[in-house]
Design a protein around this ligand. Sequence first.
Ligand SMILES: NC(=O)c1ccc[n+]([C@@H]2O[C@H](COP(=O)([O-])OP(=O)(O)OC[C@H]3O[C@@H](n4cnc5c(N)ncnc54)[C@H](OP(=O)(O)O)[C@@H]3O)[C@@H](O)[C@H]2O)c1
Length: 336
Amino acid sequence: MLDALKYLLGSFGASGYGSKSTAEEVTENCPDLGSVTAVITGATSGIGAETARVLAKRGARLVLPARSLKAAEEAKARIVAEFPNSEIVVMALDLSSLDSVRCFVSEFESLDLPLNLLINNAGKFTHEHAISEDGIEMTFATNYLGHFLLTKLLLNKMIETAKKTGVQGRIVNVSSTIHSWFSGDVIRYLGLITRNKSQYDATRAYAVSKLANVLHTKELAQRLKQMDANVTVNCVHPGIVRTRLTRETEGIVTDLIFFLTSKFLKTIPQAAATTCYVATHPRLVNVSGKYFADCNEAWTSKLGSNSQEASRLWSASEIMTARDSRAIFDPLDASD
Ligand SMILES: NC(=O)c1ccc[n+]([C@@H]2O[C@H](COP(=O)([O-])OP(=O)(O)OC[C@H]3O[C@@H](n4cnc5c(N)ncnc54)[C@H](OP(=O)(O)O)[C@@H]3O)[C@@H](O)[C@H]2O)c1
């Protein structure tokens, strides 16, 4: 109750920011990002587009991978129109395809750019059950598995950049408070919805993918620490905001739901604030493995803080993203 009131009032937390802070406000006093190169997924619309706009405003060089180059060029044009000196590279990437992730990384490496910041923001929510070309349920493949491989393949570049520049690298995973709606066995549920269309529930599938973002953050933070890498990883809940995420359910009922809940909704500049805060704020140097909401550290679900589950998901993800592991969950085998 008190939390809801604080949220509605936009009260500031320990960071000095709250639910109503915007991405521009939280980056106002951040150091000049002129020497920072950032990869931001899902920057063609919504929260990612605003994150990209504000980081460009603060001087960062942006690499915007997108499945539609046309949409990415349009996103770039909007930013350049506002900040003509921005340096923005647009590249192809479909996160639901592991081959596409590998191609993107090899193209990115050929540019020989440094990499300081990786923002894993892209995401989808869909009522339609689908299987990725790698044989994995599509929401999980897009929201989590593609980002898992992307991060793994870009990690050496980030570690190397941090070593050369002495500036700590940061990875930000965009999750959701909905991660807490899933309880149970992540891998077992993934197998079930991959093999069996009738078991698919769009909200639960979305929740498990967002829980995977939280568990990924936890395990990666641990591994970065063990490697003594000067790179941190944290995850965020941006808040609830009307974007193209609900594009499939556009209509009068959705309009009504958004109208009735409008007091709890953020604007897009507010929703991009937590990502931008975690990506840039000097206070967060050496802070890793944490979950943030409304620009303040927050609690994950019990399952989200389970180290065993995080390590188990990591091992399964290594298998699922290995080149020769097609159809780890055989869609023809509907047995559980
Ligand atoms: N909106 C909310 O209330 C809310 C709440 C909590 C968390 N989130 C999270 O915030 C993040 C951003 O979502 P949003 O609300 O800004 O939604 P959005 O406007 O729909 O943006 C999603 C972005 O992800 C990209 N994307 C989707 N599938 C992709 C794929 N296979 N490969 C590459 N890019 C892909 C989209 O590109 P296209 O242009 O190609 O579609 C778009 O740029 C997501 O991770 C979402 O789960 C949102």
